[in-house]
Structure formats: structure tokens, C-alpha cells
Write a protein that binds this ligand. Structure first.
Ligand code: ADP
Ligand code: ZN
Length: 637
């Protein structure tokens, strides 16, 4: 019997190594449901495909296994800006990580590789690599070496939907990542694929293309209950956008807003309009100088700038967890893109708003762009068709009057259980069903039929509202029986109703934007097939006052009291100072959710500070006392 056996056993621990690591490093008491399964797959070296919405906590899934197995994870990720922040955030939590991408010079790269291979005291737990880096022969050799020496625990592929042409962000070079799977396969190393957006079809494609072996497929709940979705008819993007931004500012809880536009020119125009309305906003797009872009990204991330008007180029590299508002000044090109872009709001789990300013012309604008770029780039016609279909799905979502949460969930293959989400314009009663849907639909369908299925929506609208325009009178359309039957409606309303008929497949849009009868056309015109038409978007009169959204019912989401708000401001100030000092974005220090919890709980000791979600050991050591002091100094509530 060795002396060791005589020492009393250590106090029994009830937690397992995974939970221990998560509590110690990140300060989280619990894992989200699928995180645990994904982490176990990583630890046990099984292949796995994890689909979690943005903000769902994917990073933790590949960050934890090395802490348990002592073997490193290599993560392939296309987002260089995010890599940098992730590495800094991990380092603050006492976790050894590094990034390999085009900005890393040869000597640094060598050093990183060395630390990966040797392990030990200075060894790395995690290396993030850009895909182009991952495909170099040198990198493949490194993976082989790591795999052979038993230093490699897992390979993680982030943004895995980029591998599929059915995804919204297809990158052909991703296809070559299957090579890594092959190299690691011989050593029994698991590959974990992660994505935020994948329909069942894309999911299958990812598993096939990457060559995953009997992968465990973990699909998270797609619904983001803390987001309120609204679709409004676009009257004036600047006016409507400014109104939403002012409402956000008026709450006085800080937070950022992103306004997405379709073109570079649109972003500059809209940003200038907002500035002229005294809103501090900057444009952002890929045509700006790298310096300017970097400057806007930095200021937005460190919260000295709150409003960015951007093309989709913005966001991939931005990680600000307290984005409270995402506005789409134009409809995005797919439901996936919509989900991903709106997903940048409320990543801290607190309530946030998503406003889509929609016009029926948005769909055709996308179709034209896609057709043109398809023709110019000589893309596979199948890929172009796939993209046009994605636009059509988005159009349907925008112009339909079903619960937005339900539509989004269903798009990602998930049933939505609730009848009333309490967090979308439809369920909040801000849109309203047309009392006379059947009759109105019949009149509009007749308008299309009587004019011979040869005109666009504008002309049909003019006929049924009784407008004596030149094209109407010169063709004798003012003598049709449908002329003026809907003369109490505006042209804009009628355009929206026609668009809803397109969404319902009663009409289809043909060449030159001509409206034609669709599969349900005849049935609808005869009144045999019913379509539910919504009162066109943008009418506010029906707004029902609702208490709170589901997220707001959560204690952590209750608004701060004035005292708490004051403390919150102080803590944010402190966070900004620390962030500046360390050259990291503020959220890397603590998230807004963590600061809010501090304001409510007002911890007075290190122990109680550790109870706050988001405070781990290492951050407690690094800044716990500063925050405790700031809390102690604040006037008692
Ligand atoms: P994704 O990569 O899926 O978009 P992230 O990994 O960035 O999401 O996580 C989103 C946010 O959720 C981060 O602020 C993260 O710290 C937080 N988070 C992740 N897992 C947990 C957890 N188990 N408990 C509390 N917060 C978590
Ligand atoms: Zn709803």
C-alpha cells in the first residue's frame, strides 16, 4: 500500500470534467442542450454535424474538448477578424489559442506550429486556420504529423454550409477540405462541422461533401425568441430607419444598430441621409479602403459608433453582442441570409428588434442581379436556379402574413409549437387580415385576366383603382368592368396585395415583370380557392398593446431600474477602459448580459462575483476586483 492510499479521499465532485472546465474557464453553470452532445462527440473523436443558430454557442463546442482530452483542436474558419477576437478572448480566460491566416508571418506561423506539436506548458489547445491556409501542402503535412503524434484531438469546420451550392454562401474551395478528413481519418480523429444556417438539403450536402463518417447530427432550435421580427412596406428607408434607431436610443440602454442595404451606393446614400437627420452613422462596404473599413469595424465593436449602414460585407467579421436592432432597407436574397443577418441582433440573449423594409420590387431586383451575374460568370445554370429559388422563398416569407417565427422555424425544418409568438408583427396584431380577402382577390385576378395577362402590377393596380392614366385610357382599359372597383385603395396597397397573390401562387411573374395566372389562379378567381390577404404592411392603427415578448418575461431581460442603469453605465465605462488598455473589443471582457446581472445582483465578494454568469476564474483574477470596487462605490439603491 503506498502512502497515497492512506490520505483521505478528496471531497467527491458531482460535476464531470466537461462541466468543470466550462465553469472554471467561462463561468457558465450550464451547457445549452446541444452543446453538451457536441462537446462529447469532440471528446470521443466522433464525427458530428452541429447546426445551431447564430448566437447559439457553437464556439464553446469546439473550444472545450481540448481542455478535457489534453489534445488540440484545429478549427477551419473563414472569418479572420473574428479569429483575432476569439483568440484574445480565450487568452483572457487563460486558454492557449492562436490563429493562422494570411496576416500571420512565416516566423509566427512556425512558432504556432511548434507549440502545437510539442504541447506541454506552452502548448496550444486550439488553432484557428483560414481555409486557404488549411489547404496548403505545409498545413496538410502538419495535420498528418499532429495526427500521428497523438497531439490532435479534433478538426472543426466552422461555417460548413460554405461547402454547399444549396447554401447561401457557396465557396468552391471549401470542397477541398474533405482532404483534411482523409488525412485525419487514419488516426481516428473526429471531424466536427458547424453551421448556423442549414436546411435539411444543405445539411445532407455538408455531410456528403466533407465525407463525414456516420456523423451525429445535432440540430438546435432555430427560433430566436428574443428577436422581434417586423416587415413593413418600404415608404422611405431613411425616415423609417431613423424612427427605429431613435426608438432604440430612447430606451437609453446603449446598443448598436446595423442597417443592411443591397448596394454600396445605397449604403452611402442612406448613411448620409441618417447623418442629416442627426444620427451618427457610417457607411460600410467592400469598396472602402481597408483602413476605413477597419476604423468603422473598430468603432462599432468598441461602442464609440452605434449605427452602421452596410452591405452584407459587414457582419461576418463583427462580433458585438449588444446589437439591439437590425434593419434591412431591402429584402435580403434568401431566408438563410435573413436569418444570419438578423441573427447578429441580440446575441447576448436580450430582446432585440429586426425590421425588414420590403417592397415587391426587391424580389425582381435580386432576380435580375442573380441572372446577370450568373450569365457573366458562366456559373452552372443549376446554381443560378438554386439562387433564384432562394429569393422566391424570401419573398414569400416577407409578403405572407403568417407568424414570422413559425415561418423561419419551418424553413429550417422545425415545427413551431406556439400559436402566438408574441414577438412578430403578425402575432402582435400589427398586420391585419383583409376582411374581404376572397372578393378583393377575385377583383385583382379579374384585373389581370381582363387586361390579357400582358401587364405588370402597376398597370393592373391602376385599372382596378380607376386611374385615368394614359396607358389605361389609350388601351380602353377604363371601359373594363373591373375598372375602379377598388377605388378606395392606394396604388401602393394594391401593389402589395398583388404581391401577396404572387406569394400565394395565384399569380406568377413572367418575363418583363408581366403578371400571369399561376397554379392557383383560376381557383382563386372563381372564389373556390381561398387566399388570406393581409392589409398591406405599414398600417399602424391595429397595433395591439402587448405586455412583453417571451424573452422579456425572462428575469434577466427586465428593464433596468434607474439606479441599475446608472451602475450599468459605470460598468460599461470601466469595461471600455479595460478593453482599450488590452486592445480587445469590450464584449471580450464581459458581455452586456454579464454586466446587467452584476447591476442586479451587486456582488460584494469574489465568491458572489463568481456566481455571475460569464465570470470565470481567470476573468475574476484579471478584473474582478475592479468591477467589485466599481459596484461598491456606486450609491446604494
Ligand atoms: P455562435 O458562434 O454560435 O454564433 P457564440 O459561440 O459566439 O455563438 O456564443 C454566443 C454567446 O453565447 C456568447 O456570448 C457566449 O459567451 C454565450 N454562451 C455560449 N454558451 C453559453 C452557455 N452555456 N451559457 C451561457 N452563455 C453561453
Ligand atoms: Zn409570430
Amino acid at each position: 500500500m503506498t502512502p497515497d492510499d492512506l490520505t483521505p479521499p478528496a471531497a467527491p465532485t458531482t460535476t464531470d470534467p466537461i462541466h468543470d472546465a466550462v465553469k472554471r474557464v467561462w463561468g457558465y453553470d450550464e451547457l445549452r442542450p446541444l452543446q453538451e452532445a457536441a462537446i462529447r462527440a469532440g471528446v470521443e473523436g466522433r464525427d458530428c454535424l452541429t447546426v445551431l443558430p447564430t448566437g447559439g454557442g457553437k464556439s464553446l463546442c469546439y473550444q472545450v474538448p481540448p481542455l478535457v482530452t489534453g489534445r488540440a483542436t484545429v478549427v477551419i474558419s473563414p472569418l479572420i477578424a473574428l479569429m483575432r477576437d476569439q483568440v484574445r478572448g480565450l487568452e483572457l480566460s487563460g486558454y492557449q489559442a492562436a490563429a493562422l491566416h494570411s496576416d500571420v508571418d512565416w516566423a509566427d506561423a512556425k512558432n504556432i506550429e511548434e507549440r502545437l506539436v510539442t504541447g506541454g506548458e506552452d502548448g496550444l489547445d486550439l488553432v484557428l486556420a483560414a481555409p486557404e491556409r488549411a489547404l496548403t501542402p505545409g498545413f496538410c503535412t502538419l495535420i498528418g504529423r499532429l495526427a500521428q503524434s497523438g497531439r490532435l484531438g479534433a478538426i472543426a469546420i466552422d461555417e460548413a454550409h460554405c461547402i454547399s451550392q444549396w447554401g447561401h454562401d457557396f465557396r468552391p474551395e471549401y470542397r477541398q477540405l474533405a482532404e483534411l478528413r482523409r488525412i485525419a481519418g487514419g488516426a481516428g480523429i473526429g471531424v466536427q462541422a458547424f453551421t448556423a444556417t442549414a436546411t435539411p438539403r444543405v445539411r445532407e450536402d455538408i455531410a456528403n461533401q466533407l465525407g463525414l463518417i456516420e456523423p451525429e447530427v445535432l440540430v438546435g432550435v432555430f427560433d430566436r425568441p428574443n428577436l422581434t421580427y417586423r416587415v413593413r412596406a418600404r415608404r422611405d428607408a431613411a425616415e423609417q430607419g431613423a424612427e427605429a434607431i431613435r426608438a432604440m436610443h430612447a430606451k437609453g440602454e446603449g446598443g448598436g444598430a446595423i442597417v443592411y442595404c443591397l448596394s454600396r451606393k445605397d449604403t452611402e446614400k442612406l448613411a448620409a441621409e441618417l447623418v442629416s437627420m442627426r444620427i451618427d452613422a457610417e457607411a460600410y462596404h467592400a469598396g472602402l479602403s481597408p483602413k476605413k473599413r477597419h476604423d468603422v469595424e473598430q468603432r462599432f465593436t468598441n461602442e464609440t459608433l452605434d449605427v452602421v449602414v452596410a452591405t452584407v460585407a459587414f457582419g461576418m467579421g463583427i462580433d458585438r453582442s449588444n446589437v439591439r436592432l437590425v434593419i434591412h432597407a431591402t429584402m435580403p436574397k434568401s431566408v438563410e441570409a435573413y436569418q444570419q443577418e438578423t441573427g447578429r441582433a441580440g446575441r447576448d440573449g436580450l430582446p432585440a428588434e429586426c425590421l425588414l423594409l420590403y417592397s415587391p420590387s426587391d424580389g425582381s431586383r435580386w432576380s435580375r442581379l442573380i441572372e446577370r451575374s450568373g450569365a457573366e460568370s458562366g456559373a452552372d445554370p443549376g446554381a443560378t436556379r438554386a439562387q433564384l429559388e432562394l429569393v422566391e422563398q424570401m419573398r414569400r416569407l416577407a409578403s405572407s402574413m403568417r407568424c414570422r417565427h413559425a415561418q423561419l422555424s419551418e424553413h429550417f425544418g422545425q415545427a413551431y409549437e406556439k400559436d402566438d409568438c408574441g414577438a412578430c408583427d403578425v402575432c402582435l396584431g400589427e398586420t391585419r387580415a383583409e376582411a374581404d380577402s376572397v372578393k378583393i382577390a377575385q377583383i385583382l385576378m379579374s384585373g389581370v385576366a381582363r387586361t390579357g395577362e400582358r401587364y405588370g402590377a402597376g398597370h393592373v393596380a391602376d385599372v382596378v383603382r380607376g386611374a385615368q392614366t394614359e396607358p389605361v385610357t389609350s388601351r380602353g382599359h377604363d371601359r373594363l368592368s373591373v375598372f375602379g372597383l377598388l377605388n378606395d385603395r392606394t396604388r401602393r396597397e394594391l401593389m402589395s396585395l398583388l404581391d401577396q397573390l404572387v406569394a400565394a401562387e395565384a399569380l406568377v411573374v413572367g418575363e418583363h415583370r408581366v403578371l400571369l395566372f399561376g397554379p392557383r389562379g383560376v381557383g382563386v378567381m372563381r372564389g373556390e380557392d381561398e387566399v388570406a390577404l393581409a392589409v398591406p404592411l405599414g398600417t399602424r392603427s391595429t397595433r395591439r398593446e402587448r405586455g412583453r415578448t417571451r424573452a422579456a418575461a425572462d428575469a434577466n431581460a427586465r428593464p433596468l431600474t434607474p439606479d441599475e442603469k446608472e451602475l450599468f453605465e459605470r460598468l460599461r465605462g470601466l469595461r471600455r477602459e479595460i478593453a482599450e488598455e488590452r486592445g480587445v473589443p469590450p464584449y471580450v471582457v464581459f458581455s452586456d448580459a454579464t454586466l446587467r446581472e452584476m447591476c442586479r445582483e451587486r456582488p460584494t465578494s469574489r465568491e458572489s462575483m463568481l456566481e455571475v454568469k460569464g465570470v470565470g476564474r481567470s476573468k475574476l483574477e484579471a478584473f474582478g476586483s475592479q468591477f467589485l470596487e466599481a459596484i461598491a462605490d456606486a450609491p446604494a439603491p
